[in-house]
Design a protein around this ligand. Sequence first.
Ligand code: IVH
Length: 709
Amino acid sequence: MGNNTRPAAGKAAEALSEEEARGELAWLAAEIARHDGLYYRSDAPEISDADYDALRLRNDAIEARFPELIRTDSPSLKVGAAPVDGFGKVRHRVPMLSLGNAFSAEDITDFVARIRRFLGLGGDAEIAFTAEPKIDGLSISLRYDKGRLVEAATRGDGTEGENVTANVRTMKEIPHRLKGDDVPETIDIRGEIFLSHADFARLNAEQAAAGQKVFANPRNAAAGSLRQLDAKITAKRPLRFFAYGWGEAKGLPGDTQSGVLTAFARWGVPTNPETTVCRSADELMDYYRALETKRASLGYDIDGIVYKVDRLDLQERLGFVSRAPRWAIAHKFPAAQATTILKDIEIQVGRTGALTPVAKLEPVTVGGVVVSNATLHNEDEIARKDVRVGDTVIVQRAGDVIPQIVSVVLERRPENSEPFRFPVVCPVCGSNAVREVDERTGEIDVVRRCTGGLICRAQRVERLKHFVSRNAFDIDGLGDKSIQAFYDDGLIQSPPDIFTLARRDAGLPKRLQDREGWGEQSAKKLFAAIDERRDVPLDRFIYGLGIRHVGETTAKVLARSYGDIEAFKAAMIEAGEGQQSEAWGDLNNIDGIGRTVAGALVEFFAEPHNVNVVDDLLNEVDPTPLEAVAAQSPVAGKTVVFTGTLEKISRSEAKARAERLGAKVAGSVSQKTDYVVAGADAGSKLTKARDLGVAVLTEEDWEQLISGA
Ligand code: IVH
């Protein structure tokens, strides 16, 4: 194995010639593999952990200098189980969330004010924020166990990502081992992987010269380079990394965001040198403007600035709304714009019948991405901007959002152009398309809707697409195209059909595996993916039904309030019996559910077809109640009403905290209320609680009650 001939044994990695490095790497690969075998298989290690680590460190150091020499059998590329079929999946122990966006100075003032209000900070109490560039790359979570890199995962859907450990191990900037004596037992370090402008240009030139695909922008190039099944290709791409946060951590090396980042840097993890601490909205704006000027000379793509509350205890108190932290925000730079020709306006029909105008454009590059479609929002927007087919228009693209038409270049309008006439019948099913009038406000809805309901093919297909989508049932392998094809062929007409597909498949004249683009393996995989979703979480089930106005957050609130699907369904049907029904009262009393949502829910369940769909689905799937956030928490499942002025924390914080502990927060007091927490000057709700004999707690009582949780 060449382990006797090691002429370069004593030489530092920096001093090795290429030839010597090659020899050393060969020796190290064999030697480390031998020790792995002794340790794992024979339980008979020959060397100490420290000596073993030294071997790996030497291997890493040599590979860092000579990435092109990384061997296929390199110890740095070995992972638990080598995924043969794509990448393995990794469940994030703490979800990887996204950020809310801000676009103006006003948004930033609001952000700071919102936080001060939530925390109940007085005018003179200081609050500090970190500010750092928002890197336009891809996020990664790096797991370090006892300071050693053991797993790297992409963000994926935020809950589950791809195992890219072998690929990440080829990255020079990511340490295989953290140095320092304050490294926690385990920590997930999170950050962004990206390519510099210079490396991107070089890579594309090489790709072009080799007749290979060139990348549209550095971000795509970085993603493409990381997600290579062959880690040797990743090793050749100069991927870079900046850490910006963490997931699970058993003990943190600081009690501020900036403090933890400083510790990361000490441990050898790259952090962005532009990071700074600001103490007011004005300081944040100064930083923003300074970085906007510096943007072009940074050498890598950024699409904005991220501000985060610096103190971790405050971050904890602020918590999350939906998928984004309350304590952070992304301040985006203005969007990139371009001019092109509007070839046509197409009307798409959505899941709820909404007619959405889509601009069909002469393809144009906007901020590095080719755009051929843009949204025109709705009828009124088209009229307001007087957008006409044939016009030259200005298109804008910001981040991941759908490109928009900003305005028309009137000087270039063709002579005989005519104003666009928005259709008043559904282009798909021919039913009338109307703009509803809001009963309460008397305002006309901006959206025109097809009244065809389930007779409209477009609505049915869109509902199916929504049902299988990422945040709903999340069925892998059932994309928009397959749904459309299965629908067209009568294979899947409504959601329950998805779950009976495998059973019916055997009897079909043309089985799934014989369809174009499918095979035995992919058909099997799809059936497995479908089966996996038979125990879908209740909130996803509710969200998947595609009820108007019921988004993910509302679905969660409903799942938490009703506990299980039977109770939810029964209550919705009962609520439809009239405004006097108890169920209607309860529904409207849930904090976060307004009249519009309640109305939409009742309307959905008043339609027998919908109830049938739910029942048929329930023969196939078994929705699981929301993970009781803290099943043992003393207030889990209890209904709480806050009233009066709370002294210690703001009402929103009290509510957020109660919900985190699994309690339901209601807006008014009824028989079903378990606790009324009464602050100063509590009025009618307190009286009502006393009348009904509901337990009344002071703010201190409440604190005490939940303090054990
Ligand atoms: S913090 C819980 N900081 O932006 C908050 N994110 O829109 C976690 N990103 O998926 C995000 N630079 O991939 C944070 N300095 C930065 C960032 C950053 C880029 C990305 C990240 C995330 C997305 C959120």
